[in-house]
Ligand binder design. Sequence first.
Ligand code: NAP
Length: 709
Amino acid sequence: MATATKIEFVPSYVQDAWWTPDADVRGTDARDASTGEVLARVSVDGLDLAAVVEHGRTVGRSELGKLTIHERALKLRELAGYLNGRREELYAVSAQTGATKIDSMVDIDGGIGVLFTLSSKGRRELPNSNVIVEGPVEVLSKDGSFIGEHIHTPIPGVDVQINAFNFPVWGMLEKFAPAFIAGVPTIVKPATPSGYLAAATVRVMIECGILPPGSLQLISGSARKLVDQLDYRDMVSFTGSASTANLLRAHPNVAHGGVRLSAETDSLNAAILGPDAVRGTPEFDAFIKSVVTEMTVKAGQKCTAVRRAIVPEDLRADVIVAVGARLTERVVVGDPRTEGVTMGALASLEQLADVRAAVESMMAAGGELAWGTLDAPQVRHTQSPASVVEHGAFMSPVLLDWADSEAPAVHTLEAFGPVCGVLGFSTHDGGASEAVRLAALGAGSLVATVCTNDPDFARAVVMGIASHHGRVLVLNREDARSSTGHGSPVPHLVHGGPGRAGGGEELGGIRSVKHHMQRTAIQGSPNMLTAVTGVWHTGADRVMAGVPEFGGVEGAVHPFRKSLAELHIGDAFASGLRQVTLEDIAAFATSTGDTFYAHTDAAAAERNPFFPGIVAHGYLLVSWAAGLFVEPAPGPVLANYGLESLRFLTPVAAGDSIRVTLTAKQITPRTTDDYGEVCWDTVLHNQNGDVVATYDVLTLVEKENTLYK
Ligand code: NAP
């Protein structure tokens, strides 16, 4: 990217083209974190930000809207596969940010992992359409002709993603993936110090040609006026310091204009050690390992890093000795391109100065240096010694011992580097309430670890701190090896936290997709809600095959004979009645071994408040229902892969009869297969018309009737 004579601009990617400022624009330098070499410069001077936003809102929205949720999710999988093959070149760029190979893998592989996970969750858990129906239908009129429910549709604008410098790839992809699945165009604005790595990644993402026009734009440079272009249609997903988040909250377009803002900010995360976890226990070892990992991965520049090790007062000295010993044994500070280096540089000299200043303030407030130094550390490197030491942003890990665990500084100052404080709590009443009180002094955090093998302590602490945190890891000997660790948000679970942590919420599986959508209550008749959502609603029209007495019409074809090309939601089948005898119930009890008294012992069954006497097994009814609705000849229905939401509502006694009605409720063609899923609304009635059971039958059905034609 850089030459000895000419420092190039990191390009922006806007309106589906690469853009750089005029050569005479000065810009801001982006440097190699270890050597201080200027690699590139960034600027948005001359960039028409309004046009960028408008391009997303028009071209991006329209192109994304041409695809279904599954098609978009599938593109993410393709993209992840492509990025996987280009990782080595991104690692090389990542090393320039001060990242070791492991740091780079956390960032780059972690980001690709989010694409894979959300792609698969999107296709498994969401419909293959552009509207998500949420929650149960509410019946709002006595006759069922007026109902209501909630739907999610993509917000009408763009998602402006303003990211922190520490994870230029993961931080970008973990926001891009859910926005893309939701159908919302991304405008990503990486932080200046490491934006060149985000830009290199975007270049690969664009080169592969997988993304629709307008779905991803990149702004390289401090685009302070970007939020000026936004309105209530748009959202800002911000990650960075609390002070920048506060500036954004106060922006008129956010404060008064309805721009949605999600903020992920500072966090003074805690790791709490249980009183049971004394030296020599697996929990003590896991705790020490976790604290050291969190101090050193990414040189401690992780929003989730442990900043406060909250330990029983009488274990404080042991913890300090053990953390110090592990740091001594494991940490080699240096240029990450040098063999044997385990901790790289901070992102920039400015960042180094900030962290040192924060540590000095903490030391002035009572934190005692227990391990490490604020002097320039020993640095292993491949460059000339003078250049590296003078211009590299290197820092030793620093462990502070807090004799006064109430000191405000340890609960308020964030040193965004390899820094952790140890503070003790009294265990006179078991310790949980004291540990909870100290953790809560962080005023809202992203994550806490509770390290204990005592279930009572774990329960008391988790119940006490959960509402102050977005995520809590309970670490003990059983999960110490398999745990993904304190500092790693996973795409399946929520990342974010209340209060100081910003109050935002990211990831969390499909929740992250819905963050980019508007939830709307929709009310109307079953037919209208069926038309809007593509999901059949009870009370809507159907085309019923089967027994005329129960609604079957002449000429209607059994829906099991229809491929997806022929099947419509509302295609249904009504069976006739089948009577249940005492012998049937006894035979089912014998063959299944389910001789529960309600099916076998008349006297005992009669004493049961729910049953009139001996009743049929619920599973007998479900099995019989299958026999009543099935169309057995080979055809387009390939398999039954389960049922959902089964409820038994009215008991069936010997002498009663049952019948079943099956209605195609939702059809989800698989984008990559010759078949799709059909969800069948299933209702069992008795001879009086009472509802006996309700559930959804799930089947796989061919797209075209080919296999058994
Ligand atoms: P920062 O200074 O707040 O910058 C974050 C982003 O905001 C950068 O892209 C920056 O752009 C941009 N920005 C700064 N001022 C702005 C303004 N007035 N209007 C619009 N955008 C603005 O934070 P940082 O130094 O990059 O990151 C470190 C902080 O982030 C730490 O406090 C850390 O705890 C926090 N963090 C939190 C999380 C989380 O998930 N909660 C994750 C990572 C980091 P420029 O770089 O171009 O100025």
